[in-house]
Design a binder for this molecule. Structure first.
Ligand SMILES: [Zn+2]
Length: 255
């Protein structure tokens, strides 16, 4: 069995300090590929370096809506240069809209999002999206721009209706620790109801701990626990679900 963690911040110190141990434990749990999204221009170089040192790590770069600076002009120019010259970049992300954070400025977030979506379109890369309480606003933009390589809505938390809209636009839903909580009824129902080609697996390590691990650092090895919970919700075998998740991730990310 081979699994992909389609969203893990392995460059964050909680993990990068013991990267070899983290990757070994992940491998022992069947996790063989890792997508590492950059969240702000300050960590882009670190993400690229780390991914250059480990061939099973795949970098993506973007400006995350929770880490925005007052001026993003230079960062956007640098992002375009990197997309042009670094073919190892598999996606644009992590980018998005977050109306959950206090004092969220939707206008400003859109101002940074829009040019990044354009880059994803121009360079035909998938977009790795972070969206909280802003799915309709995001869907509206995606319908207009029509990304040729689709993308992933990471840690999806919207409604089934919104999920179906993303799927129509060529997106997959990233399923991680959230689904391991029994109280996440809406998400669990969606994971039970939608076809298997709707999903990819992720952890968002070192964040978003699974049920039973609250307050602890999260690790990519726990993709296997996310898979286990999904297999308890669905009729297919664990192996069949794993095969589908691998195929979905490899096709979308071209890895
Ligand atoms: Zn993330």
């Amino acid at each position: 069995m081979e699994l992909i963690d389609t969203h893990c911040h392995l460059d964050f110190p909680a993990i990068s300090n013991d990267i070899d141990g983290v990757l070994e434990r992940a491998r022992n749990n069947g996790v063989t590929r890792f997508v590492v999204p950059g969240v702000s221009s300050e960590n882009w170089s670190r993400v690229l370096e780390l991914c250059a040192e480990h061939e099973e790590l795949y970098p993506a770069l973007g400006l995350h809506p929770c880490f925005l600076k007052a001026d993003h002009g230079a960062d956007l120019m640098r992002l375009e240069q990197l997309l042009k010259h670094r073919p190892e970049l598999i996606a644009v992300g992590e980018i998005g809209l977050d109306l959950f954070i206090p004092d969220a400025d939707l206008q400003y977030q859109l101002e940074v999002l829009q040019p990044q979506l354009k880059l994803a379109k121009e360079y035909e890369k998938p977009a790795l999206l972070h969206v909280r309480k802003a799915h309709d606003q995001m869907l509206q933009r995606l319908r207009r721009i029509k990304l040729p390589a689709g993308g992933i809505v990471h840690a999806f938390s919207g409604s089934e209706q919104q999920a179906k809209e993303y799927l129509k636009l060529g997106f997959k839903l990233g399923i991680g620790g959230g689904v391991t909580y029994e109280r996440a009824r809406k998400l669990r129902q969606l994971v039970t109801n939608l076809p298997l080609d709707s999903f990819v697996l992720e952890t968002d390590s070192p964040d978003m701990p699974l049920s039973g691990f609250q307050g602890q650092t999260n690790y990519p090895e726990r993709v296997s626990l996310v898979l286990k919970v999904i297999s308890e919700l669905r009729p297919e075998t664990k192996l069949e679900i794993a095969r589908n998740m691998l195929l979905n991730g490899r096709q979308l990310l071209r890895i």
